[in-house]
Write a protein that binds this ligand. Structure first.
Ligand code: AGP
Length: 604
């Protein structure tokens, strides 16, 4: 899941190409490169490592041109190196290509091309593309036709951008990987994601799978693979350039943790009506009358949001199950009539989740995308979409989108339950009132948190366990994922009742256990805490201020404001996001760009 970019317009493009790559670096940071076209042909600069290394190289050895392409890499084929960095060129150097995705038939194509005398300079799957274009050019095709001829031979997922030394245009296409155009005043842009060019324009064109775009300084044309024109409208996104910046924070993750009151207000706004009900304009009453079960499909943090919702839907008499999308895509359960398959995905581009949704579509299920990105592949693939409105999330570790996903699922669940059961969920009014107060409660947690001190005490321990029951079990799993992702330390989440069936053997005085309490089953959680303490395991309780049980039992506590038991765990999760953040800071980890990870995983 690399990031690709392009610019064509007035003045030099190299500076804004590097700037847009910096805005895309959350998609991959193994190497980076740009290619620009000027009067003397194509000029390329590429370096292993972060975009900062590329910026140094470009300032030391300036290359300028009015149009160009760029790439920041997350390696799939070929180790991080200067040679494997994109852009890749053909034997003559007149064509340059950048790519996001995986070309599954690259081996066979490479063998044929090498047999025809093409010389390869890298170990990447991508490099077959410029050589295929070269073949078509040698056969007399013009650059656009040569680009189409090359694409027609590819299998797999790809977003590609190409420039040719003789043409004042950028050629691009997408199949299975995201690609958007940015329509500006004095230049046009292309990128894997909107935040890349937000500082230049908010006017966006979302490309669909199979689209081929030709981008010039003052226009764009979109056709299908055969060259037939297709219409793609320009939409204005309501994100500000600052949203894509760190502001006064050291890291995007900390900024996004602190943005949760605002993002939750955006998620809830206009969706709670005055009669203690839910108003989702996308889903009027009766929308889900035919639904008799819900399958949540998702990955990582989004999967944990699904587990959280599943624990609530059960209490509301709605049959719901959460599945790992990668398993659902290859080993689907029975998908019977009346199944609503909800794909939970903040980016809307996670290949595993898209794969699961395609399986659901093929099985005739109704599909719904719960996503943060308008125009994303998931939103366009599904029958319906519900947007969580959290604003762009740049830090690889998902934070504010988890809270907004759970809040949106509480709203969606109320709508589904009322249609399925014919009546409001138990305690609906109290829960929805508490949802309205949630942003304020998060503010209180952020203002009073002692998480930094707790993190200092335990950051260097061998292992870190997180336990909980019901919605707090989902948060225990989420907290362990956050901790692993950014500290690189061993961390695991368990259902609190499961400890004594094995994991307890791992508990010693150097394995702190974070016990998450949502106000339900306190006595049972208390006894789980005692099991740990009798093995000298230190216990940190995360609980509502009013919870005496844990406050009296745990070695120390991180408290949250008391609120509806179905929402407490969201507040507890904010505390645990801060614990993970401060622990990673203590360990001096690259918090926004943890090793081996990327923000949206667009390959299966
Ligand atoms: C979470 O911090 C990770 N970035 C990762 O697990 C992520 O949640 C997962 O890849 C799913 O992403 P999505 O919500 O964009 O589909």
């Amino acid at each position: 899941m690399c990031g690709i970019t392009a610019r064509v317009g007035v003045g030099d493009s190299s500076e804004s190409l590097v700037a847009t790559l910096e805005n895309l670096e959350y998609r991959g940071y193994d190497s980076a490169g740009i290619a620009v076209k000027n009067g003397t042909g194509l000029k390329i600069q590429k370096r292993e490592g972060k975009v900062a290394q590329l910026r140094d190289a470009v300032s030391e050895n300036r290359i300028e041109g009015e149009l160009g392409i760029g790439h920041t890499r997350w390696s799939t084929h070929g180790a991080p190196s200067d040679a494997n960095a994109h852009p890749h060129v053909d034997c003559t150097g007149r064509v340059a290509i950048v790519h996001n995705g995986i070309i599954e038939n690259h081996d066979a194509l490479r063998r044929d091309l090498e047999a025809d005398g093409h010389e390869f300079r890298s170990d990447t799957d991508t490099e077959v593309v410029p050589h295929l274009v070269e073949d078509a050019l040698d056969a007399g095709a013009d650059p656009e036709a040569a680009f189409r001829a090359a694409i027609a031979q590819l299998e797999g997922s790809y977003a590609l951008a190409m420039i040719h030394e003789d043409v004042d245009a950028v050629f691009a296409t997408r199949t299975g990987s995201p690609l958007v155009l940015g329509i500006g005043a004095d230049a046009n842009y292309l990128a894997s994601d909107v935040p890349a060019f937000l500082e230049y324009t908010n006017d966006v064109v979302y490309l669909e799978d199979g689209d081929v775009a030709v981008l010039t300084a003052d226009d764009f044309r979109v056709t299908d693979l055969d060259g037939v024109d297709v219409t793609r409208g320009v939409e204005t996104v309501d994100w500000a350039a600052e949203d894509a910046g760190k502001g006064e924070y050291d890291h995007f993750m900390l900024k996004e943790i602190h943005e949760q009151p605002k993002s939750l207000r955006q998620t809830i706004q206009g969706r709670l009506d005055d009669d203690g009900g839910v108003r989702l304009e996308e889903f009027p009453q009766g929308t889900f009358d035919a639904v008799n079960r819900v399958h949540f499909v998702a990955c990582g943090t989004s999967y944990h949001a699904g587990l959280y919702a599943e624990s609530l839907f059960g209490d509301w008499n709605v049959d719901a199950q959460t599945f790992l999308a990668s398993e659902y895509a290859t080993h689907p359960p029975a998908i019977r009539d009346g199944t609503l398959v909800v794909g939970i995905t903040q980016s809307g581009e996670t290949a595993d989740t898209l794969g699961a949704l395609e399986v659901a579509e093929d099985a005739g299920a109704r599909t719904l995308a719960l996503t943060n990105v308008v125009g994303s592949s998931a939103a366009r693939l599904c029958d319906d979409a519900l947007f969580i409105r959290a604003g762009p999330e740049i830090g690889v570790a998902a934070t504010k989108t988890f809270s907004s996903q759970v809040a949106a699922l509480v709203l969606l669940g109320e709508r589904i339950a009322r249609d399925v059961t014919g009546s409001p969920t138990p305690d609906a009014e109290a829960r929805l009132d508490a949802l309205m107060d949630l942003p304020e409660h998060v503010d209180t947690v952020l203002a009073n948190s002692q998480a930094a001190e707790v993190a200092d005490r335990y950051a260097h321990e061998d292992s870190h366990f997180f336990i909980g029951r019901g919605s707090a079990f989902a948060v225990a799993l989420e907290a362990a994922l956050k901790f692993k992702e950014i500290t690189y330390e061993h961390a695991e989440g368990f259902a609190a009742g499961e400890l004594k069936h094995g994991p307890l053997a791992l508990v010693t005085e150097t394995t702190p256990v974070f016990a998450v309490c949502n106000g339900n089953n306190e006595a049972k959680l208390e006894s789980n805490v005692r099991e740990v303490q009798t093995r000298d395991g230190p216990v940190v309780g995360i609980c509502p201020r009013t919870s005496d049980a844990l406050a009296d039992t745990a070695d120390e506590t991180l408290t949250v404001p008391a609120t509806h038991p179905d929402l407490v765990a969201i507040l507890a999760n904010v505390q645990l996001q801060l614990v993970a953040y401060h622990a990673a800071n203590d360990l001096d980890r690259p918090i926004d760009k943890p090793r081996n990870l990327a923000k949206s995983v667009t390959v299966e």
